[in-house]
Design a protein around this ligand. Structure first.
Ligand code: ZN
Ligand code: ZN
Length: 261
């Protein structure tokens, strides 16, 4: 019972199968008229007309020489009921069966060829998919590698940046410290200048601080004598001292006073 159903289903699906033009560039599903050959190939009306208009002709699929009168036949794929009713009439039963057998052999061959072609295409596509997969895996691996390299690079750069930031902060801290020292010295200098100025206006006697400064120099710090013999122009280790002596408005007065002495 089940077998019968399966068989009838197979028969139904087989009858639903449509032949395709055997020309590799065409492969159109056949309907209406088609050209069939003794070598069991079939072509659409267009390709058949082109290929078999001259005699003898050659099968474009298998290169069989088709020179006989019935080697190529243009046939109607869905013949009329009248045609079907008459075409085999009067023939011996074995002839009828022989004709049916040959027609079925042709059909089986076509279906098998289609199956083989499909299998070939499938295996080729499968191979392509496999190749693509391999390629993709390789690509992914190399991308992963690149990504990891970049990650390491980023980490190194971040570390470097952190170090630079720290160094910058240290340098900034030092600079601020220097600035504070400078401000302090500047303040000291200003107060000393004011002090010296006040003294100079009141009393022409050189302030002990000036002499004290010169005396404070270590024996290694040289005393520079300017051409005019300014003994108070000294290049001490501290710039603020020389600056002080250079810019001191009372220097000339002090100088002249010392010269007098
Ligand atoms: Zn065709
Ligand atoms: Zn052929």
């Amino acid at each position: 019972m089940n077998n019968t159903v399966a068989n009838s289903r197979a028969a139904m699906s087989a009858s639903k199968y449509t032949l395709q033009c055997n020309s590799p560039q065409c492969r159109v599903k056949l309907s209406g008229f088609a050209w069939v050959t003794a070598c069991s190939h079939v072509f659409c009306d267009q390709h058949g007309s082109e290929q078999f208009s001259r005699t003898p002709s050659v099968c474009p699929t298998c290169s069989t020489m088709l020179s006989g009168k019935l080697d190529v036949l243009r046939t109607e794929l869905a013949p009329s009921e009248q045609y079907k009713a008459m075409i085999l009439i009067g023939l011996q039963p074995e002839t009828v069966l022989e004709i049916c057998h040959k027609a079925l052999v042709f059909w089986t061959y076509q279906v098998n060829q289609e199956r083989l072609l499909m299998e070939y295409n499938m295996s080729r596509a499968g191979g392509q998919v496999l190749q693509m997969e391999k390629f993709m895996i390789q690509q992914n691996k190399s991308r992963e590698l690149e990504l990891n390299t970049l990650r390491v690079e980023i980490a190194t750069l971040k570390k470097g940046l952190e170090e630079y930031k720290q160094k910058y902060n240290e340098v900034l801290e030092r600079l601020n410290e220097r600035n504070r020292q400078y401000q302090k010295l500047q303040g000291l200098l200003d107060s000393l200048r004011m002090h010296t100025l006040g003294i100079g206006e009141k009393d022409p006697t050189p302030h002990t601080f000036t002499t004290g400064l010169v005396k404070q120099h270590s024996p290694h710090s040289p005393l520079f004598l300017r051409p005019e013999g300014d003994r108070f122009f000294s290049l001490g280790p501290d710039n603020s001292q020389s600056f002080f002596q250079f810019s001191s408005p009372t220097r000339d007065r002090t100088h002249s006073f010392i010269k007098k002495n």
